[in-house]
Design a protein around this ligand. Structure first.
Ligand code: SF4
Ligand code: SF4
Length: 499
């Protein structure tokens, strides 16, 4: 793979290793069953609002959460809830998670949904709520909830539609733009209406001329421009894309919205069109199936269908395969084809199984430092990540690592650097959470001590006050008693004098 690198620190030119003559979208048949995980990319696990045995319609909400970062989960086929139990999900942990399984009735009957009407007459808040209720999250891979991003972007001046396919081999966005250019452009118009941005830029790599032409043909809006950028790996990373398009740097730890930009993925734009214009929630997506073990193609598939369901359509050969979700670089290995397609499953790589290279010690060659497109020092990060000194790694801007694996592929020692960085980030977050918990516990303890001490002082002051009052009272009583005794003595004396 290293031969594919032609430039360092300016992005990496990589060609699609599995090119196709024509970018198609094959409609996958309805699956017999779908498995829908309740844990989404971000936020709390959703709570089912159906029970086993319930009949559900396509598009019906089957699980909800109050977490503002989350979206509802919709049935992607009509049928019967067959199980609510633990299933393996497509995650690098390989762990199980609670899922709802729906057995298809083969009819695909859709639920009636409340329409939000002409979007031009809707407030941004109404549309953001409708998008949230339609289950839309970023379809580029990060899976950040779209409604949450939109809520934070109402002051932005520029909307960027990221139409750069993040890695070579993935063709689903190219296919989407070629087959649904009108819907993409209309989706961008809805996003412009919501954000109030002055302009929208659709950024597309220059190796997708057909998609570029299709979008140009259907764009009649002066506020929307379609810009071709050089095809270089990692140019689709949000901060790098803003730098390429506008020469604006987003500082370490900062956000695009800090500088007035908001980025949305091109497939998300089409999903917004479906939700707002067609009134359909997100229940399917386009997935590229590629790799040395299949005939590469794109498939429109219902969420929750198994990987096996669409890999079978890509005519896999009978050799042993390694399965990867996402791209060759940033994807995650999955152990089984039994896992379900989820909203961020943009690509499935099915490659002939190869022996993994032997990992050796770092020889301090510095090649990783030259390869990092973000300008980090992976060699330093590696030492601190390996020794679990995450604070030191953060000093070297670990949070800016986009886990692109450019450093991995140039490392002569085959060290899985990005895995170390991913682990170090997760560990740092956990340490921060634990530190926060410890800080809260310490503050509570200190407040309790302070409260007890204050009570003690207040009691002592009260006792002292009471003592003084008592003394005063006793002194007063004595004066009174003396006065009474004197008065009685006077009366007695007067009586005696009269006698
Ligand atoms: S994985 Fe992180 S450190 Fe390595 S090249 Fe990519 S951004 Fe840089
Ligand atoms: S490329 Fe690999 S061996 Fe070279 S400095 Fe980086 S981590 Fe060490």
């Amino acid at each position: 793979m290293r031969d594919a690198f032609s430039a360092f620190n300016d992005g990496i030119v990589m060609t699609n290793p599995y090119p196709v003559d024509q970018v198609e979208i094959v409609q996958a048949p309805l699956p017999d069953k779908v498995v829908l995980p309740l844990q989404q990319r971000i936020g709390d696990e959703a709570i089912p609002c159906v029970v086993v045995g319930d009949k559900v319609l396509t598009g019906q909400i089957i699980a909800q959460t109050q977490d503002v970062f989350c979206v509802p989960i919709h049935a992607s086929i009509s049928g019967t809830v067959a199980a609510i139990d633990e299933q393996i999900i497509p995650h690098k942990s390989g762990l199980k998670s609670t899922c709802i399984t729906i057995q298809s009735d083969g009819k695909d009957v859709w639920i009636e949904r409340e329409d939000c009407g002409d979007f031009l007459h809707c407030s941004p808040e109404t549309l953001i709520h409708h998008i949230q209720q339609s289950g839309i999250i970023g379809l580029g891979g990060a899976g950040f909830p779209t409604h949450s991003k939109l809520s934070k972007s109402l002051d932005c001046h520029t909307l960027i539609i990221n139409a750069t396919e993040c890695e070579p081999g993935i063709m689903c966005d190219d296919a989407l733009m070629q087959h649904y250019p009108r819907e993409v452009v209309r989706g961008v118009e809805i996003l412009l209406h919501i954000s109030g941005a002055n302009q929208a830029v659709i950024a597309i790599e220059d190796d997708k001329p057909e998609a570029y032409r299709s979008l140009l043909m259907f764009n009649h809006n002066d506020k929307i421009s379609i810009v071709q950028i050089p095809t270089k790996y990692t140019s689709g990373a949000e901060k790098l894309l803003i730098k390429t398009l506008f020469n604006v740097e987003i500082p370490s730890g900062g956000f695009a919205t800090d500088k007035g930009f908001v980025c949305q993925n091109v497939a998300t734009s089409k999903a917004i069109f479906d939700a707002v214009i067609e009134n359909k929630p997100l229940v399917s997506r386009i997935v590229t199936v590629t790799g040395s073990g299949v005939v590469p193609n794109n498939f429109a598939v219902r969420l929750g269908a198994s990987f096996a369901h669409i890999v079978a359509l890509a005519k896999p050969d009978d050799k042993q395969h390694d399965i990867r979700m996402g791209g060759m670089m940033m994807g995650v290995d999955v152990a089984t084809l039994a896992v379900p397609i989820c909203k961020i499953s943009n690509c499935i790589f099915v490659n002939h199984t190869k022996a993994k290279p032997h990992v050796q010690e770092c020889i301090r060659c510095g090649q990783c430092n030259q390869a990092c497109p973000v300008g980090l020092l992976p060699q330093q990060l590696y030492w601190h990540a390996k020794s679990e000194h995450t604070d030191r790694a953060m000093d070297y801007n670990l949070r800016d690592c986009i886990e692109c694996r450019c450093c991995d592929v140039v490392c002569p020692s085959h060290i899985p650097l990005a895995e170390y960085f991913s682990f170090a980030k997760a560990l740092h977050q956990q340490q921060m959470r634990e530190k926060h918990k410890t800080d809260v516990a310490r503050e509570r303890f200190e407040f309790r001590e302070y409260r007890l001490e204050r009570n003690k002082q207040e009691r002592a002051e009260m006792m002292a006050k009471k003592k003084i009052e008592l003394k005063k009272k006793m002194a007063n009583d004595k004066v009174q008693k003396d006065k009474i005794a004197q008065a009685m003595a006077r009366v007695k004396k007067t009586k005696q004098d009269k006698k």
